[in-house]
Design a protein around this ligand. Structure first.
Ligand code: NAD
Length: 484
């Protein structure tokens, strides 16, 4: 028996095994131990979950007044808060992220997101429109129906909530397909939905593989929208599959975000921002500042401080509150990241910190040293592809135009950072960067009220803020003839 036992699918308020009895293991990346077995949903299970979500959408959930819907979502936030220690621990156990990140940053952000959108539930409305024929014309902002929520393993509950909260606030129901590696907190969310009093079928959770459960969900004609975060290649496949049933999709995909340090920046703050930008979340962060561009005149001074700070970061047990660097999320991810390190050396980048697997004295776990490459050229693989690990690629530039050109030289456009004391330059560069988010003199900050999403191949659609609601509603125009 594993530490957390066997977990079932949540379909229409009922917990059940996969229809063929299949399960898949969940591994703790810090210990390599299997901590749970979860059901691996079949296409039949996915069909049952979509049907349950449809029934709830037109039934119990659809008939609840918007204000009451908001109250139930707020209540769910309270129930999650009551269990926050347990949920944060689960997040750390299946992902490996330091408990301080789960307990004090990400699970609180997920709850805040839910309660922010709870407040929107009764404020989503249409408008009246003057038309030349004099008819009375108004719009209604209606839910789409059933939303498929498909998420990766790096921020399991937070990325789920960025989709579930606006979807439910707008009156939709959801079928969640968490990543195979990290299904535990989505299952906990499903369990607590019942405690909070949400009707059965409003939140359904189908665990299992992307190729089977995920694909069946995307193809299902009863799903009205796919909200996806994950790899760019998977996202392209989802767009193609969704075309068959003309489903809207929103995609939050990868990134290769530039963090630009000008010579006039507060160097201590910029060094802090550069390290947080790449090493928070072990670098398994879509918006990681993985390309650091430093103005040549300060590069040597900057690099010595950056390397000193990087070398102080030591991997530790993620359940220890003092740990700031946990293991990568899986063996496969560790191998992939180490492959990029070898590739960067072969292509001629200079390794100035880290570069190897490490361990915390147990001989187990997918731990990796924080790694920095200097003398990276814009055409090297390490400057172009998303590594999704604690690996920083450092380049230089000579002036503002070259900084902007190098920053924009990517197929991605998720986020960017700018470090300068020159206010005019900060605004100018922010306006020229091809990125959905620009942070000036800070990095990796988020707020539920502020939209987040990609430019270019980092995807489309916005999470959080009022913009997210547009992705989960459709507009109906009603014409009333006033002449009798
Ligand atoms: P992934 O694309 O392999 O998996 C994401 C999810 O999609 C998982 O639940 C997976 O099971 C499912 N899936 C896989 N194949 C599928 C298919 N054919 N049909 C339907 N679902 C399928 O990505 P990953 O490796 O888990 O996550 C890492 C990626 O996520 C990185 O590229 C990262 O940049 C990206 N990411 C982006 C953001 C953002 O907001 N832009 C945030 C976090 C992560």
């Amino acid at each position: 028996m594993t530490e957390l036992g066997r977990k079932q699918l949540l379909i229409g308020g009922v917990w059940r095994d996969a229809s063929n009895g299949a399960t898949q293991p969940v591994v703790n990346p810090a210990t390599e131990a299997t901590i749970a077995e979860v059901a691996a949903a079949t296409p039949d299970d996915v069909d049952a979950a979509v049907r349950a979500a449809r029934t709830a959408c037109s039934g119990a959930w659809g008939q609840i007044a918007a204000r009451e819907r908001g109250r139930l979502l707020w209540r769910l936030g309270e129930v999650l808060t009551d269990r926050i220690d347990e949920i944060a621990r689960l997040e750390t156990l299946h992902n490996g992220k330091p408990i301080t990140e789960s307990r004090h940053v990400e699970i609180p952000m997920a709850i805040e997101c839910l309660q922010y959108f709870a407040g929107w539930a009764d404020k989503i409305h249409g408008e009246t429109i003057p038309v030349k024929g004099g008819q009375f014309v108004y719009t209604r902002r209606e839910p789409l129906g059933v939303v498929a929520v498909i998420v990766p393993w790096n921020f399991p509950l937070l990325l789920t909530m960025w989709k579930v909260a606006p979807a439910l606030a707008a009156g939709n129901t959801v079928v969640i397909k968490p990543a195979s590696q990290t299904p535990l907190t989505a299952l906990a969310l499903g369990e607590l939905a019942a405690v909070a009093g949400l009707p059965p079928g409003v939140i359904n959770v189908v665990t299992g593989s992307g190729a089977s459960a995920g694909q069946a969900l995307v193809e299902h004609p009863g799903v009205n929208k796919v909200a996806f975060t994950g790899d760019s290649a998977t996202g392209r496949g989802i767009m193609r599959s969704a075309a068959a049933t003309v489903k809207p999709v929103s995609l939050e995909l990868g990134g290769k975000s530039p963090n630009i340090v000008f010579a006039d920046a507060d160097l201590d703050a910029a060094v802090r921002g550069a390290t947080i930008g790449i090493f928070y979340g072990k670098g398994e962060v879509c918006a990681a500042g993985s390309r650091l561009l430093v103005e040549r005149s300060i590069k040597d001074a900057f690099m010595s401080r950056l390397i000193e700070r990087t070398k102080k970061m030591v991997a530790g047990d993620p359940l220890d509150p003092k740990t700031r660097l946990g293991p990568l999320s899986s063996r496969g991810q560790l191998e992939r990241v180490l492959g990029y390190v070898e590739g960067a050396k072969r292509e001629g980048a200079t390794l100035v910190a880290g570069g190897s697997r490490t361990d915390i004295g147990t001989g187990k776990g997918f731990f990796m040293q924080p790694t920095v490459f200097d003398a990276v050229q814009p055409d090297m693989t390490i400057a172009r592809e998303e590594v999704f690990g604690p690996v920083l690629a450092v380049m230089d530039f000579d002036d503002v135009e070259q900084a902007i050109a190098r920053a924009n030289d990517s197929v991605y456009g998720l986020a960017a950072g700018v470090w300068t004391r020159d206010l005019a330059r900060a605004h100018h560069v922010a306006s020229r960067l091809e990125a959905g988010t620009v942070w000036v003199n800070t990095y990796n900050v988020y707020d539920t009220a502020a939209p987040f999403g990609g430019y270019k191949q980092s995807g489309f659609g916005r999470e959080m803020g009022m913009h997210a609601l547009e992705s989960y509603t459709q507009v109906k125009t009603v014409w009333i003839e006033l002449r009798s």
